[in-house]
Design a protein around this ligand. Structure first.
Ligand SMILES: Nc1ncnc2c1ncn2[C@@H]1O[C@H](COP(=O)(O)OP(=O)(O)OP(=O)(O)O)[C@@H](O)[C@H]1O
Length: 794
């Protein structure tokens, strides 16, 4: 076998370094190579850790030929170049790299480690105790491992075959403890490193000979199951019995082993008593969800218990009359009640279907609030003070709509709180300032975000949550809005009269019928603003193509036509429909395109942003246009780049970030929440099977502002309308119930946190849980699990 291709040399310059993925472009002054290469310098690129200009390295890789820059080395591995001869080593160790080590000391060190000198010192530094004082030895070993430790560890990490970017992340976190941690408990990676899941960690563990029945493995499996269950189903907890079954399934299918249920139960209890999981009776929670629900409960309890403003009837009537005159509207009684409650309660919830006047009421609340509190509604007049009315929404589009409709500032919740990503971390962001907070589209806010938002509210702030509880619940766990509406203590108004009933407008009425569980008799009839086309799944793309061609012929803007589909895969799925619409609306012609996974991106494409990036002011659900695509040879990052405009905000993503965008001609109904479009096509076919649910169809239909095309099988529309989505399992409502019925127990956030601390310090050995013949376990009463609740095995 041919020797691996290498180039040894001194780093003359680091041209480019991307700290987030360790990609570097380096100019190397070549001193040695086994390649047929005669130049004195070569450009080296790839995933490379911290290297120092002027130092010598050996890079292994392949030669590539760059059209503009000529031959380059694409690095696979590299190491710091260490002299191998005794004289060379003595010179190296006594050089400026190691202050305090002179020629004599260096000679003594090399005499103790005549071979594999550097590795030898790093493996057994104590052997130098006779040569260097303890302090000097420590400093020397530190310098040496800074210079060589990383490469050494990275080369050993290579055996696990993880992507090099992940290897660097692991090293960044654990440094010199890396190999020890991975060897002892690779499951730790699941919790610490994004991108390593249970299965990958389990493979490493298997290689390291960690038993498939080890407690560490069972604990990692349990934590993984609790969290994935919440992420997949939207529940905030899992029943102990189900957790037991699912975890055993996971552990047994990943490795060929039998897992005993009592060992899993012991480990559940161990995790509970160590504060790594939380429980309420037999409900088992992932920590962050438990404390988020608890936080929502505590904060709303305080908020709702505060005494609101008293406003006399005649004063209120005078204010309403004034507001009605300014806005040129007559509020009906329920709308007036909503405005009254918003003025007089510290916490108020407003809900209602489309066209019932939620926005009209918000405008009234703002005006009435301003009249009552003498608030100047011109934000420009607040140069020193903050504007007292804060409007937020979960998506960029919803926030922009709030701003357009009220004429006042509005931001996404993430932006307002200064949250930077979708991470689960305990990053709580900034406190809010102002006296009135209005949150729109609250049904989209998950348990984590609701807690962060409520935690940021200052004591005297009035909070108004607005949304439509019949829409889909949040993408993340929980159904906070629907849950809060079930709590009788909270002031709320449900608007039910449809005001948007202009001539020829039937979409709103259809939406309300669907919400009430029925399809109107004229569902398939042609109406001025909606139509129906019968089609099976296979023909859906064909009809969409026809509609899109007609749309173009009429000179309409392709961006105004939105297809909303429940799922990505399949002939009538989002991915396939996107391909068809991309080729119709934005054909390749003689332009460039970039391929990424199964998609291609072209200049002029309509794209959807999939995550929140507050720092760049783009958010999950935002729609933009690709304005340029730039090959890597022209970019500073040396990677291909896509330039996009999101409502005028320019965002540039190198290839490594493209997973954050997708084509948006067709998009998921979930992602469309909080957005509205002039014209919408909603296909419903039986192949969407379990996705066919009432609130999904309702959400899709209510996105259409002017026209709607329903496309598919009438029986699938009927199935969707008839099927109410399963209620998510959450504990929020019960939390309020418990407080009401049993008095305010000592369960405050603070106490719970203390409890967790105490638990981890004085770990009480979990009691032994007995699995009897009948598979019934006795459970630690402290934790509150009851025997029969675990009796799952037949
Ligand atoms: N009391 C009223 N009298 C007359 N028209 C009204 C009244 N309330 C609302 N409307 C009108 O009904 C239409 C829908 O109201 P609005 O936009 O406030 O509803 P919405 O609940 O916010 O709807 P959506 O959620 O679909 O945006 C608007 O044209 C509004 O002017």
């Amino acid at each position: 076998m041919a020797d691996k291709l290498y180039f040894t040399g001194t780093i003359a310059a680091i041209f480019f370094s991307n700290p987030s993925n360790f990609y570097k472009v380096i100019l190397l002054e070549v001193t040695d190579t086994n390649a047929d290469f005669s130049d004195g310098e070569i450009v080296v690129n790839g995933i490379i850790g911290d290297v120092v200009e002027g130092d010598s390295y050996k890079f292994y890789g392949e030669l590539t030929n760059h059209p503009k820059y000529g031959e380059q080395l694409k690095v696979t591995t590299y190491e710091k170049n260490v002299p191998t001869s005794g004289a060379g080593l003595i010179k190296y160790l006594s050089s400026d790299h190691f202050p305090g080590i002179g020629q004599k000391t260096a000679e003594k060190i090399v005499a103790i480690f005549p071979e594999h000198t550097i590795d030898g010192i790093l493996d057994a530094p104590e052997r130098l105790s006779g040569v260097l004082t303890a302090e000097k030895l420590k400093a020397f070993v530190k310098r040496l491992s800074e210079n060589h430790g990383m490469e050494k560890i990275l080369s050993k990490l290579a055996k696990y075959e993880l992507p090099s970017k992940i290897n660097f992340q692991i090293y960044e976190l654990y440094k010199e403890d890396t190999l020890e941690i991975i060897k002892d408990n690779p499951y730790q990676l699941v919790f610490d490193i994004k991108g390593i899941g249970f299965k990958k960690a389990d493979k490493i563990a298997e290689e390291e000979g960690i038993s498939a029945t080890s407690d560490a493995r069972i604990q990692a499996g349990l934590i993984h199951t609790v969290l994935t269950n919440s992420l997949e189903l939207g529940d905030t907890y899992i029943e102990a019995k189900e957790l037991l079954e699912k975890t055993i399934d996971l552990l047994e299918s990943a490795r060929n082993v039998e897992i005993l249920s009592n060992q899993v139960v012991e480990n559940i209890n161990f995790l509970l008593s160590n504060g790594k999981l939380q429980a309420n009776e037999t409900k088992i929670f992932e920590n962050s969800l438990y404390f988020a629900e608890d936080g929502i409960h505590q904060r709303l309890n305080k908020l709702a218990n505060r005494i609101g403003e008293t406003v006399a009837a005649d004063k209120f009537n005078a204010i309403i009359q004034e507001v009605e005159a300014v806005l040129d509207i007559q509020y009906d009684d329920l709308q007036k009640e909503a405005i009254y409650k918003a003025l007089t309660q510290q916490f108020f919830i407003l809900t209602g279907g489309p066209g019932t006047g939620k926005t009209t009421v918000i405008k009234g609340i703002i005006r009435a609030y301003a009249a009552l509190h003498k608030v100047d509604l011109n934000p420009d007049n607040y140069t020193d003070d903050v504007f007292p009315i804060v409007q937020v929404a979960p998506t960029g589009r919803a926030a922009r709509r709030m701003n357009e409709l009220t004429g006042l500032p509005a931001a996404t919740i993430h932006r307002q709180l200064g949250l930077n990503s979708d991470d689960l971390e305990d990053d709580f962001g900034n406190d809010l300032s102002g006296s009135l907070l209005i949150v729109d589209e609250f049904s989209m806010v998950d348990t984590w975000l609701a807690n962060k938002l409520l935690a940021a509210i200052p004591p005297a702030m009035t909070v108004i949550l607005v949304g439509d509880a019949d829409q889909l619940p949040s993408v993340g766990p929980g159904q906070v809005f629907a849950d809060l509406l079930k709590i009788p203590d909270f002031a709320s108004v449900k608007l039910n009269k449809i005001f948007r009933q202009g001539e020829g407008s039937t979409i709103t009425n259809l939406a309300h019928d669907i919400k009430d569980g029925q399809l109107p008799p004229d569902f398939m009839a042609k109406k001025p603003d909606r139509s129906y086309i019968e089609s099976n799944a296979a023909n859906v793309p064909h009809y969409i193509g026809q509609i899109a061609s007609a749309w173009l012929k009429r000179g309409n803007d392709p961006f105004d036509l939105q297809v909303l589909i429940p799922m990505y895969k399949g002939v009538a799925g989002i991915n396939h429909v996107n391909q068809i619409l991309q080729n119709l609306f934005n054909p390749l012609e003689d332009r460039l395109e970039f391929a990424f996974q199964d998609t291609v991106f072209r200049q002029g494409d309509k794209v959807l942003h999939l995550v929140n990036e507050a720092a760049l002011d783009v958010f999950n659900g935002d729609i933009g246009e690709i304005t340029d695509i730039v090959p890597g040879k022209y970019t500073e990052s040396k990677q291909d780049e896509i330039v996009m405009s999101f409502d005028g905000n320019e965002v540039v993503y190198p290839r490594g970030e493209w997973y954050k965008i997708t084509l948006a001609y067709a998009m998921s109904i979930h992602k469309s929440q909080g957005s509205e479009f002039p014209s919408v096509i909603v296909p419903m076919v039986s192949s969407y099977s379990r996705m066919l649910e009432r609130n999904l169809l309702y959400t899709a239909i209510t996105r259409a502002k002017q026209s709607l095309i329903l496309l598919g099988e009438s029986k699938s529309f009927q199935t969707a309308v008839a099927r109410q989505g399963a209620n998510r399992k959450t504990y929020l409502v019960e939390r309020f119930g418990v407080i009401e019925n049993e008095g305010q127990a000592s369960e405050t956030v603070e106490n719970l946190e203390v409890k967790e601390d105490v638990g981890s310090e004085s770990v009480t050995a979990p009691e032994t849980y007995m699995l009897t013949e009948d598979n019934v376990m006795t459970i630690d009463p402290m934790i509150g699990l009851v025997a029969d609740d675990f009796a799952v095995f037949k």
